[in-house]
Design a protein. Structure first.
Length: 403
């Protein structure tokens, strides 16, 4: 009997689960393919098209034959645009040698865990946390350690909670502000307390700032790297063009930080992915140089939708929704619906509720459990106002059917 292929897969795969957000989008897509009218809010993707002038740069690059391998860690023009961006937006000076461009920030993060995590090293993840962090850590033989953030504290990382999980094996702290899925932004005074802990315990920080620009507060989102040079020396900033410029499919993300880490990432990337797409790099350089010109109109829209969706959720009995400060997700508390049932079938968990919403309301939202909260669900409001209005109507009608 030949050995079954599934038994021949590497054992590290047993640690992984497919991304729950992508899983839900694919279920929604299947239903749509069958002609069922599903409204899908499970993905983390702007509904806007990439602005035309950015696309134009890609067309120009293609026409000019810019179609060959490039430097592994990114073309000089893109690195220069990124360097200028850090200086302009955050007053941070990086040499192009301290910047690595990869195939999206997800790839950037994976490479960072590759070069930083030894077996058993602990990576601290304030939770709720983006679903890919723990799996990427596990795939690199690290141990993800969640630091619970309380809803009644706006889901912000509490310095005391961070201290309480520290062990001699704690190595990397991941900050994600504004946060996916909660939208929480860590304010400066709290960041300073977190910074003290980082320095005292010799932690490294990965500051995932991919939602930096999707910020509804009056002040720019503070970055731990800007607090003082000692923090700058222990922090890698991760960012990208996906969310800010509606460029999810172009796959350009980047990291900037201590040279040793950047050189290690370059080495890993040179043996795995090589350079990110040459044409996308040209378009990304143009996008980053454009600053906020294309982005601001999108932000105005996101804010309107956020306000509207929060109000609509709060109008559904059993659901509570706080207004997020950033990103384009709401994370309503649905615990008031979890002891109910539909046609005699009990709804015990947010997974049951997500199924119910998909089957009965034809609305796809992601259960909060894989993000670290079994009482919440995530909806991305990077979707048209019309589809949001229809979804809220359907959700309200569906909830009214619960016994
Ligand atoms: C918190 C966070 N970080 C990183 C990413 C990765 O973005 P990309 O790989 O498209 O650059 C995402 C995308 O959903 C995200 O939500």
């Amino acid at each position: 009997m030949p050995r079954p292929i599934k038994d021949m897969l590497a054992s590290r795969l047993s640690l992984l689960k497919p991304s729950p957000t992508l899983l839900l989008s694919s279920r929604a897509r299947e239903l749509k393919a069958k002609g069922i009218d599903v409204l899908d809010f499970s993905g983390g993707e702007p509904d806007f098209d990439t602005p035309a002038p950015i696309k134009e740069e890609a067309v120009k690059a293609l026409a000019a034959g810019f179609t060959k391998y490039t430097a592994v860690s990114g073309i000089p023009d893109l690195k220069e645009a990124i360097r200028e961006k850090f200086l302009r937006d955050q007053g941070l000076e990086f040499s192009p040698r301290d910047i690595v461009v990869s195939n999206g920030a997800k790839h950037t993060l994976f490479e960072l865990f590759q070069v930083l995590v030894n077996p058993g090293d602990q990576v601290l993840l304030p939770a709720p946390a983006w679903v890919s962090y723990p799996d990427q850590v596990l795939l690199n033989q690290g141990e993800p350690v969640f630091v619970p953030c309380r809803e009644d504290d706006g889901f912000r990382l509490d310095p005391d909670a961070l201290t309480s999980v520290l062990t001699p094996r704690s190595k990397v702290l991941v900050l994600n502000s504004p946060n996916n899925p909660t939208g929480a932004i860590i304010d400066r005074s709290r960041l300073e307390k977190i910074a003290d802990i980082v320095l005292k315990h010799n932690l490294l920080v990965i500051s995932d700032e991919i939602y930096e620009k999707i910020n509804y507060t009056a002040a720019p989102v503070p970055s731990i790297a800007t607090l003082d040079p000692a923090l700058r020396a222990r922090t890698v900033i991760v960012n990208g063009v996906s969310k800010t410029y509606a460029m999810t499919g172009w796959r350009i993300g980047y990291a900037a930080g201590p040279r040793e880490i950047m050189e290690a990432m370059d080495t890993v990337q040179s043996q795995t992915a090589s350079n990110p797409n040459s044409i996308a790099q040209k378009a990304a350089a143009y996008a980053i140089r454009s600053g906020e010109a294309y982005f601001l109109p999108m932000l105005v829209e996101y804010r309107k939708r956020r306000d509207w969706v929060v109000e609509a959720f709060n109008g559904i009995p059993g659901i509570r929704c706080a207004p997020p400060e950033g990103a384009f997700y709401v994370f309503p508390n649905v615990s008031g619906l979890l002891s109910r049932s539909y046609k005699g079938v009990p709804i015990h968990t947010v997974y049951d509720l997500a199924e119910f919403f998909l089957d009965v309301a034809r609305v796809a939202m992601v259960p909060g459990t894989p993000f670290g909260s079994p009482l919440h669900m995530r909806l991305s409001y990077a979707a048209s106002q019309g589809s949001l209005a229809e979804a809220m109507k359907r959700l309200k009608e569906a909830v009214a059917l619960l016994e």
